[in-house]
Design a binder for this molecule. Sequence first.
Ligand SMILES: Nc1nc2c(c(=O)[nH]1)N[C@H]1C(S)=C(S)[C@@H](COP(=O)(O)OP(=O)(O)OC[C@H]3O[C@@H](n4cnc5c(=O)[nH]c(N)nc54)[C@H](O)[C@@H]3O)O[C@H]1N2
Ligand SMILES: Nc1nc2c(c(=O)[nH]1)N[C@H]1C(S)=C(S)[C@@H](COP(=O)(O)OP(=O)(O)OC[C@H]3O[C@@H](n4cnc5c(=O)[nH]c(N)nc54)[C@H](O)[C@@H]3O)O[C@H]1N2
Ligand code: SF4
Ligand SMILES: [Mo]
Length: 791
Amino acid sequence: MHEVRSYCPLCISKCGTISTVDGGRLVEVRPDPSHPTAGSFCAKGRAAPELVHSDRRLQVPLMRTRPKGDADPGWRRVSWDEALDFTASRLGAATEQHGAESVVFGVTTPSGTAVADGFGWIHRLAHAFGSPNVLFATENCNWHKDFASALTFGSSIGVPDFEETGCMLFWGFNPSVSWPAYAKAATRARRRGARLIVVDPRRAGLAASADQWLPVRAGTDGILAMAIAGCMIEHGWYDQDFIRRRTNGPMLVRENAGEAISVEASTPIGQRRALMVWDAQRRRAVAYDPVGGEYLEEAPEEPALFADLTLQHQGQPVRCSPAFQQFADLCAQYPPERAAAICGVPADQILETARLLHQAGPVSFFHWAGICQQADATQTGRAISLLYLLTGCFGSVGGNRHFPSAPLNDIMGFDLLATGCLEQTLGWSERPVGPPAKGWVNSNDFANAVLHEEPYAVKGLLSFGANPLLTKPNIPELVPALCALDVYVHCDLFMNPTAAYADLVLPVASPWEREGVSAGVQLGARGSAWLQLRQAVIPPQGESRSDTAIVFELAKRLGLGDRFFDGDQRKALRHLVAPTGIALETLEAHPEGLRVDRSPDQSDALKRPSDAPQRRFDLYSESLLRAGEAPLPRFDGAELRLSERFPLRLTTAKSSFFCHSQHHALATLRAKSTEPGVELHPELARRRGIENGDWVRIETAVGSMRARARLTSRISADTVCAQYGWWESCPALDLPGYAIDQSNYNRLIAGTHADRSSGSSAMRGYPCSVERESVDPAPSACLSGETSWAC
Ligand SMILES: Nc1nc2c(c(=O)[nH]1)N[C@H]1C(S)=C(S)[C@@H](COP(=O)(O)OP(=O)(O)OC[C@H]3O[C@@H](n4cnc5c(=O)[nH]c(N)nc54)[C@H](O)[C@@H]3O)O[C@H]1N2
Ligand SMILES: Nc1nc2c(c(=O)[nH]1)N[C@H]1C(S)=C(S)[C@@H](COP(=O)(O)OP(=O)(O)OC[C@H]3O[C@@H](n4cnc5c(=O)[nH]c(N)nc54)[C@H](O)[C@@H]3O)O[C@H]1N2
Ligand code: SF4
Ligand SMILES: [Mo]
């Protein structure tokens, strides 16, 4: 029996752990209090031995022998050689006939699985292969906090400086469930007096003791953010100096958020496009060079934030005003009372929240999936970001910051794509500033390309995890698309309803059977600089192999070995950590991790606009304007409308005991949450004749699901919060599974209701109805879930 210090890789929290191994078996995983995650932990981490030694683990490669859609796929055990040869030759054939982009590579989420270990290599394989297309749930997951935030900040939203913050704003983010290390850090901040504001239709987690819990009606967040921002502006509760100096708020823009007024000007390094700012004292417009970050004539003492102007521009009179004023005007459309009627948050709370943000700083903030799954996700994220700009705290002590992390080599392999190839990504032409800009494809575009060859044919899918039939909204198109593929290879620890459509399923080693590198846990200076090599503590179960090993083997067979260190994973690992200056052997000798502080010249801080003094934050987004979107947040009717038939707002949230559609077969976890549940307010339930524990049917215009009613007054009265991800049975507890059209939340959502700029689907705020089921759903053949896959 021995113990190994490590971290749990099952979710974003990456809690420090100590694993106990006995006779080749993982017997216990417990928290490591000395790790930067400070002893955070959860039931899933504790259940890791059950996951690792589950008798449902895939043990050998399985080849389909019967047609897709047949209830019995007729899985045949094949050797790895046969499996890898099959994969390489079928992917090769698709490329020969239809081009490399006809093969899509899939990947599950690194925030809710351990696929982070292979994430970079999987992308590298796609790119070396010549396909830009990676099917990845980013648009509903991390896009808006990590990438769409660049539309405002030029970077991700960064991390809250928990140690110094005066006030935390959590918007559609419940770390008590989704990121225990953050919940712990936030709780510590609370103990030393930091204030907390939570915007969530449910009073979940830390919201229970927040200074302000804003019970927003699901899907109406953008308007709420504008209303709070409006109060701050009206009362002067914002950092005017920051807006003047650090944002493009003073830039003059044609009225109604048209183009910025620009002129060609000569700068120290040549002719460049300059923007104009109004100097109120001298009553004249002054040119400003946005690239150089300086005024091209005498800088105004106080650049105007408000001014209604008519300027002569290119010989024409042009009506314009500072971008900030136009933002203020848009906010003023939502005075607290009006916003209260739309969002369900009382007007006095909107005002109090504005006051708190002004008085209790420095303010830090975080938003996540509550925002990322809305029909207006990009504009909503922008509205929250602009509200945050008003506090003036981005990048400063106690605000949101980018702490340096250990530098790793970039292995994603974008440089391997031929010129023009990335632009071929499915969805690029519709969403040039969205996930396709990084090669990430959503399930709508994937299904469309398979079924209709638009914009070109897709014939192959090689997926590393993921279960889109339970996690994506367009199941009616996805099922036929999966059936229509020439080749679908799925690599996973477990069989799942999506993998059941594969031609070949490959067994993946669990994270306790393989290595992984973590470059930081996004917690303060110490946590961000924490570099840790997670070592395998037991051998791969059965014939399973790590994702990375599968990638490296396939690369060799595809003739791409030279891009993958000729299959030498150890060399690859050395390459990955080389920029840290720390030898692999040193990392191995420190399984608990070590802090890697970078000298300033190593720091990539200057690459981050938030830290580069000359770069201004984009209060007004020219990138969105160029992409045909609103450069200042607007919410003109894109939100989903309620109706008499569907008068309630449907939403969803993560479970403490499961990640998405995983883990439901693990007895200790399933025992804590036995059936798909739906949270309802008692008042709403009473009106519908629903009692606690009743089965209810939730219905939308496109589908329905069954769930068990859980009455709670900790939810906004007309929001319905149902669980997702239910399919798997748990024989150990004699609990059933569910067919994909039975208790599948995502059957309730139309794939077409999506954010224009990111493609995020409207899984939050969807119009629905709820009725009591007259009869309890009897266990039926299809309740076995796992075996009834029909095409
Ligand atoms: N236990 C567990 N942890 C996980 C995961 C998991 O599946 N299980 N998944 C990981 C992944 S991939 C992700 S992306 C993160 C996500 O982490 P979070 O964003 O924290 O997760 P969610 O629970 O989806 O959403 C957060 C909150 O948004 C609220 N919400 C719902 N609708 C709305 C709305 O319309 N507006 C607002 N303002 N709030 C709303 C929900 O009630 C919920 O409390 O969690 C990661 N961690
Ligand atoms: N209704 C609703 N739908 C949602 C969400 C929601 O909040 N509500 N959240 C969305 C979000 S934020 C996300 S990120 C997506 C997630 O969507 P998916 O990526 O489809 O996630 P999972 O359902 O967790 O499926 C993960 C699969 O990958 C496998 N797996 C786990 N670890 C590994 C590994 O290391 N390697 C390999 N090869 N496989 C592995 C698991 O066994 C499982 O089969 O779901 C989205 N869907
Ligand atoms: S929160 Fe749970 S699942 Fe996530 S890393 Fe920590 S122990 Fe693992
Ligand atoms: Mo996610």
